[in-house]
Design a protein around this ligand. Structure first.
Ligand code: BG6
Ligand code: MG
Length: 218
């Protein structure tokens, strides 16, 4: 059996926090007088907080000063933190623990590769922090997805070459980052958005132990 590196995105892959990010951005947009749809939100998935605000303001054709932007970034994060404060293990997405356990029982490398600066407290709250050998998050990288930095750093920390790594992602930007890193990309979500991924599954319940073993033994 070979050792592969399995790198998981957090928001929308491990936990259902994508809805909280959306809600907080939507409330900010509404308070500035414009709409923000779920379809537009697809472009925000995997994207850093700072870049997300810039895209939001572009969508609303809203000109802002750097001071206003700083204030809104704090406001958005505070609202987001108020949602995640209440999180517990019930918000882990279906079958994530099974997949992590199969990988760990087979002595595979398991890391987190997330754009979020809130990754550690979220993993702690849902009780999954101990499952990850390494965490690479928004505090560790300078270039945001679709730049491959977050995944390349994850591979480096695991000590596994990028071509032996497999990435689970729910965002278009994240799938592109994995592909650019030369890794196998597995999209979690809709084929419609994630068609650039090597494989797409609606959620982890569709990923069998057999499929995981095939990835390990490839
Ligand atoms: C990504 C999310 O994982 O993290 C984005 O998909 C989010 O929606 C980004 O903007 C940054 O997260 P945070 O928690 O640092 O604001
Ligand atoms: Mg995500």
């Amino acid at each position: 059996m070979s050792t592969k590196g399995f790198i998981f995105d957090l928001d929308g892959v491990i936990v259902d926090t994508a809805k909280y990010h959306y809600l907080a951005w939507k409330n900010l947009a509404n308070s500035l007088g414009f709409e923000f749809t779920e379809e537009q939100n697809e472009l925000f998935k995997g994207v850093s907080r700072v870049r997300s605000l810039d895209i939001l303001l572009e969508l609303g054709s809203y000109n802002a000063t750097p001071e206003q932007k700083d204030g809104w970034l704090v406001q958005k994060n505070e609202e987001y933190l108020s949602y995640i404060k209440k999180m517990d293990a019930s918000e882990i997405l279906p079958d994530v623990p099974r997949v992590l356990d199969v990988l760990l029982q087979n002595e595979q490398g398991v890391a987190l590769g997330s754009a979020s600066k809130n990754a550690r407290p979220i993993l702690e709250k849902v009780g999954l922090l101990m499952k990850f050998q390494h965490i690479v998050d928004g505090n560790d990288v300078t270039a945001a997805k679709p730049d491959p930095e977050v995944f390349l750093l994850g591979a480096q920390k695991l000590g596994i070459s990028p071509q032996d790594c497999i990435v689970f992602e729910d965002s278009i930007a994240g799938v592109q980052a994995a592909n650019t890193a030369g890794m196998i990309s597995i999209g979690i979500g809709e084929q419609e958005f994630l068609h650039e991924a090597d494989h797409v599954f609606k959620d982890f319940t569709e990923i069998s132990d057999r499929f995981l073993m095939d990835l390990i033994n490839k």
